[in-house]
Each structure stands twice: as structure tokens, then as C-alpha cells.
Ligand binder design. Structure first.
Ligand code: NAD
Ligand code: TDX
Length: 378
């Protein structure tokens, strides 16, 4: 079946993996990467597919309702996979307005453009989908009832999954109420509500998914894992917030992209799916794994860079523990993570060490020139 799909935020970390997967796997689809190219957008992330006939890039702000509407009409768009967002919690603490503008107003502008265009068609919403990518942070924070972590088996419905450890009995399930704490998660929660409201009020076919922390290639080095890999390589301090006791649930980014593909094609309209790796780690433990891996792959003595660990003032409102229960997705649609964490982190560290040029261009700001170079003659 032919389809024309806008993927927003396709020049960012997760978006670039989703665009690559869809462009390569579905040559019959027309994939439009719509991205404003903020500091987080980098077209170099898509160098390998940018000349494919079923791929195009449009530089556009999701808040620009009129332009989005015109684009949808011109290209006869029947699907939207929406990833564009301001995504870094620390930035949201300093500048909440930008997060409300992009994440809330931008999502609303996309929804409204899709509504007006799709409702103008004879077939209306038939065959259409607005798929919104969100985060587990909307659920707030879980308690840490087992500070040392318990090994599986423990009480969860996700029995066929390999867990690392669990730091409590409770997990984020789809029926939990939203309790966001940071301006970032509050803005994502609000956008999720708008998406569901467009289904409930206008009948728009929508799906929302909430995923845990992603890691892998092409992540902007303001986030924990790429920042620390780069600092270890350059022997710079590693700023660990608070005591490093906070727990996150890590998923390899290509597994998230596969989940998005599965849900886009097989998910139930108006439903919500949680996506996660059953892979909880305390920050300090993951940091030690990253140090050992970088040291080993650089031919240094394993662990020799442990003294770079520098405890700094905690993040304001720092959520203690995130842990996703993705049983529903596994049970209903058959998705599960493909990579064990040890394998994923090894691949990730190796990728950043092999792509020092990418890292240097990002940290120097030169990557922003790529758009002008690539698109000046088109
Ligand atoms: P990212 O910051 O790497 O990329 C965001 C992209 O959105 C960039 O390419 C940026 O240029 C673009 N963008 C920002 N504002 C825009 C605007 N106004 N108009 C058009 N484009 C704009 O983000 P990411 O980590 O890839 O996250 C992608 C999505 O997944 C976000 O919605 C985020 O909330 C969600 N998410 C991320 C994670 C994670 O661990 N990174 C986990 C769960 C959910
Ligand atoms: O320098 C650091 N030191 C540190 O201790 C940084 C950047 C982070 N941290 C801690 C804070 C978190 O507990 O590491 C953990 C991970 O931090 P981030 O990489 O900033 O991710 P997080 O805040 O957990 O949010 C991420 O996952 C959910 C993404 O940035 C979000 O977009 C996503 O929704």
C-alpha cells in the first residue's frame, strides 16, 4: 500500500532512527522528514539515506500551523509520526516557555492542521493515523523500595523478559495517572492529553506511546551516555547529579524504532502502549559500566578513569526511579527488546569512538552548517 507519512523531529536522535527504518523498509512509502533543525536537529544523522527516492526533508516549525496544513494538502499526507520536541530536562528547568511552546502548542498546531485537512476529504479519517511519541516521565517517579535491587523473578506480569534488577515492586503501566514533575514532562503530559482529546472530541485516529530512556548512536551529547563517553575519552570530569542513586530504564534506540514501526502498523487506534527495556540501572552503576567499556575499547586499563566521577548538585525535582512495564505491547503486538544491555552499550560506545568527527562537529556547532551545504542547490 502506498502511504505518505510526515515524521516530525526526524533530524533528532530517535527520529533519525525512525526515518531510516521507514525509508529502508518501506520503499513504497513517501517519507517526509519535517524538522525545524533546532540545536538538536542534525541532518548528518541521515547522510546514508538522504538520496533515497522515497525520502524528502522539509525545514518547518511544528508551531507553523498554516505551513503544516499547506504541506499536508500538497502531499496528501495520511500519516503523522510525531517526535519533534524539546527533549532535555535540564533545559526545561532553565527555559520552560520554549518547552510549552514546542511540545504543547506545536503538537496542537499539528493536530489542528491534520484535523482540518483530513475532515475536508471525502473519506475523512479512514486510513489516517496521528501517532504521538511520548515519554515515561509523564507518570512521575516510582519509589525505590529495594535500594540494592532485587533479581528476577519478582512480581511483574512481564514474565518472559530478562530483567537486570528491579529497585521496587511497582512499574509504570498504561493505566497509571499522570504526575509529571519537570517542565519537560509537564509539557509532554499536556501534549498527550491534547492528542487523546482530538480522538475523543473529533474522532481523529490517534495512538500515544510512552517510552523509557533511549541510548544509542546519534544522541545529542547533552544526555548522560554520549556526554559521559565523550568526557571519558577527553579525560574531562563526569558530573554525577546528587549521589548517582537515581534509577532509569534503558532501551536501545533501534528497539524503540522497531516498536514504533510495529505500533504504527498494528496498534489499536485510541490506545496507549508503554515501551521499555526491562532494564533498570542506577546512574552510578551505568556510569561505571560506561567508564570500563570506554577504557577497554581505547586500550586503557579498565577502570582507570573512575576518578573522573565528580558528584555535583542534584537536578531540581530529580525523579528517583523510572521503570516501564511493557507487557501490553509484548502480549498484544509481539514486540520485545532485541538487545541485551551489555551488547547495546558495547555497540554504542564503539559507535561514538568510531565517529569522533560526528561528535567534534556537534560539540563545535559545525553540524548546523550541513543543512546549508546540502540544500543550497536544491
Ligand atoms: P532530540 O532532542 O534528539 O530531537 C528533537 C528533534 O525535534 C530535533 O531534530 C529538533 O530539531 C526537532 N524540533 C524541535 N523543535 C521543533 C519544532 N518546533 N518544529 C520542528 N522540529 C522541532 O529528541 P529525541 O531524544 O530524539 O526525542 C524524540 C521524541 O521522543 C521526543 O518527543 C521525546 O519527548 C521522546 N522521547 C525521548 C526519549 C529519550 O530517551 N531520548 C525517551 C522517550 C520519549
Ligand atoms: O550530566 C548529567 N549527570 C547526571 O547525573 C546528566 C546529563 C544526567 N545525569 C542523570 C540525570 C538522570 O537521572 O542521568 C540520568 C539520565 O539523564 P538524561 O540523559 O538527561 O535523561 P533523563 O532526564 O532521564 O530523560 C531522558 O529520558 C526520557 C530524555 O532526555 C527524555 O527526553 C526522555 O523523555
Amino acid at each position: 500500500m502506498k502511504r505518505t507519512i510526515i515524521i516530525t523531529g526526524g533530524a533528532g536522535f530517535i527520529g533519525s532512527h525512525v526515518v531510516r527504518l521507514f525509508v529502508n523498509k518501506y520503499p513504497e512509502y513517501n517519507i517526509i522528514n519535517l524538522d525545524k533543525l533546532t540545536y538538536a536537529g542534525n541532518l548528518e544523522n541521515l547522510k546514508d539515506i538522504e538520496d533515497k527516492p522515497n525520502y524528502s526533508f522539509v525545514r518547518m516549525d511544528i508551531c507553523d500551523f498554516q505551513s503544516i496544513f499547506e504541506l499536508m494538502k500538497e502531499k496528501n499526507v495520511d500519516g503523522i509520526i510525531h517526535l519533534a520536541a524539546e527533549s532535555h530536562v535540564d533545559r526545561s528547568i532553565k527555559d520552560p516557555f520554549t518547552f510549552a511552546q514546542t511540545n504543547v502548542m506545536g503538537t496542537l498546531s499539528l493536530l489542528q492542521a491534520a484535523k482540518i485537512y483530513w475532515e475536508s476529504l471525502p473519506e475523512k479519517y479512514d486510513g489516517k493515523l496521528f501517532y504521538h511519541i511520548s515519554t515515561d516521565e509523564v507518570y512521575g517517579a516510582l519509589n525505590m523500595t529495594h535500594p540494592e535491587g532485587i533479581k528476577p523473578p519478582f512480581t511483574t506480569t512481564a514474565s518472559s523478559q530478562t530483567h537486570h534488577l528491579a529497585y521496587g515492586e511497582k512499574f509504570f503501566t498504561e493505566d497509571l495517572k499522570y504526575q509529571p514533575h519537570s517542565p519537560y514532562s509537564a509539557s509532554k503530559a499536556s501534549s498527550d492529553h491534547f492528542v487523546r482529546a482530538f480522538h475523543d472530541t473529533y474522532g481523529m485516529p490517534t495512538i500515544v506511546t510512552n517510552c523509557s530512556n533511549n541510548y544509542g548512536p546519534y544522541q545529542f551529547p547533552e544526555k548522560l551516555i554520549p556526554l559521559f563517553i565523550n568526557n571519558i575519552r577527553n579525560r574531562k570530569p563526569l558530573p554525577v547529579y546528587g549521589k548517582g542513586e537515581n534509577v532509569r530504564d534503558w532501551l536501545y534506540v533501534e528497539d524503540h524504532a522497531r516498536a514504533i514501526d510495529t505500533i504504527f502498523h498494528k496498534g489499536t487506534v485510541a490506545d496507549t502502549y508503554n515501551i521499555g527495556g526491562f532494564n533498570e540501572w542506577k546512574n552510578i552503576d551505568i556510569i561505571k559500566v560506561v567508564i570500563n567499556t570506554v577504557d577497554r575499547l581505547l586500550g586503557r586499563k579498565e577502570g582507570e578513569d573512575m576518578d573522573l566521577i565528580t558528584y555535583v548538585t542534584d537536578r531540581a525535582g530529580h525523579d528517583l526511579r523510572y521503570a516501564i512495564d511493557s507487557t501490553k505491547l509484548q502480549r498484544e503486538l509481539g514486540w520485545e527488546p532485541s538487545l541485551q544491555f551489555e551488547e547495546g552499550i558495547e555497540k554504542t560506545v564503539q559507535w561514538y569512538l568510531d565517529h569522533q568527527e560526528w561528535m567534534d562537529r556537534v560539540t563545535s556547532g559545525d553540524y548546523a552548517k550541513y543543512y546549508d551545504e546540502m540544500y543550497k542547490n536544491r
